[in-house]
Write a protein that binds this ligand. Structure first.
Ligand SMILES: C[S@@+](CC[C@H](N)C(=O)[O-])C[C@H]1O[C@@H](n2cnc3c(N)ncnc32)[C@H](O)[C@@H]1O
Length: 255
């Protein structure tokens, strides 16, 4: 399948951004590799992925593969997929330095060149589920997961999405766009996606998923982050900026 227009834009964007992104966020991500979201809330506290030993795990939008490296250390068989060649160069280097075996795939998460039912767990932390069209990725994940497999992803909440003030290029405490109508946003050549809650749930059901949990992330009073241009701690303590969907594949999406 040809790249969608937004995947082409995002590939160019992440190829341009990768060096500065990894310089700023790479070291903290590597120091705390299993921390969810911009406040790095530990997986050991949230228990989203469960026991990953001997599981086939796909990270959708792995960036520098800090998460995949952390999971491979716990015994998972990891594959990292990313749409950006430059991000994958960082991932390749980090994997080599780790001495672990992790396969890497350069692909768009909307159309993954792998067989049906290849994985037990598919996940991402602000990865492809934020930058690819959910109407394409959710059925694609259902195809790639084995029955009973886990799909978990952390992404921006609809509330943060509609409070973003594009004129000021920052998050605000006011609603700036229509909750029902806004599906995607383009800033500086990067396109990102979100859906209203009802539409997320109907897309999950239609694609063969059961919702197990929706975890709204709240930073602690003294939480630190290298992503504070995206959200302030005060904002994220009052309102949820990020949320983790935890879904179980019960049947395959109807094609
Ligand atoms: C914000 S970074 C997050 C990466 C990693 N989870 C981290 O915390 O650093 C988003 C990543 O998603 C990748 N990405 C964006 N759209 C994608 C798509 N359609 N398919 C696969 N990866 C994609 C980007 O190239 C980028 O590496």
């Amino acid at each position: 399948m040809e790249l969608t227009e937004h995947a082409r834009k995002n590939r160019a964007h992440w190829n341009r951004l990768a060096d500065s992104y990894q310089a700023e966020h790479g070291p903290p991500l590597a120091r705390v590799p299993l921390g969810w979201g911009v406040w790095s809330i530990p997986e050991s506290e949230l228990r989203v992925l469960g026991d990953v030993r001997e599981k086939d795990v796909l990270e959708l939008g792995c960036g520098g593969a800090q998460w995949s490296i952390g999971l491979a250390r716990l015994g998972a068989r990891c594959t990292g997929l990313d749409n950006s060649e430059r991000q994958l160069e960082f991932a390749r280097k980090a994997i080599e330095e780790s001495g672990l075996y992790i396969s890497l795939i350069h692909a768009n998460a909307e159309s993954v060149p792998l067989p049906d039912e290849s994985f037990d767990i598919i996940f991402c932390d602000h990865g492809a589920m934020s930058f690819a069209d959910p109407l394409l990725t959710v059925p694609e994940v259902a195809r790639l997961l084995r029955p009973g497999g886990l799909f978990a992803f952390n992404a921006e909440t609809p509330l943060h999405f509609i409070c973003f003030d594009s004129d000021q290029d920052r998050i605000s405490a006011e609603l700036h766009s229509s909750y029902f109508d806004k599906r995607s946003d383009e800033e500086d050549g990067s396109v990102n996606f979100s859906l209203p809650y009802g539409e997320w749930i109907s897309l999950f059901k239609k694609s063969g998923f059961e919702v197990e949990d929706l975890i709204e992330l709240r930073p602690s009073e003294d939480a630190a982050s290298t992503y504070r241009d995206w959200v302030s701690r005060d904002w994220a303590r009052k309102w949820p900026a990020e949320q983790i969907w935890r879904l179980r594949r019960v049947k395959r999406a109807a094609s």
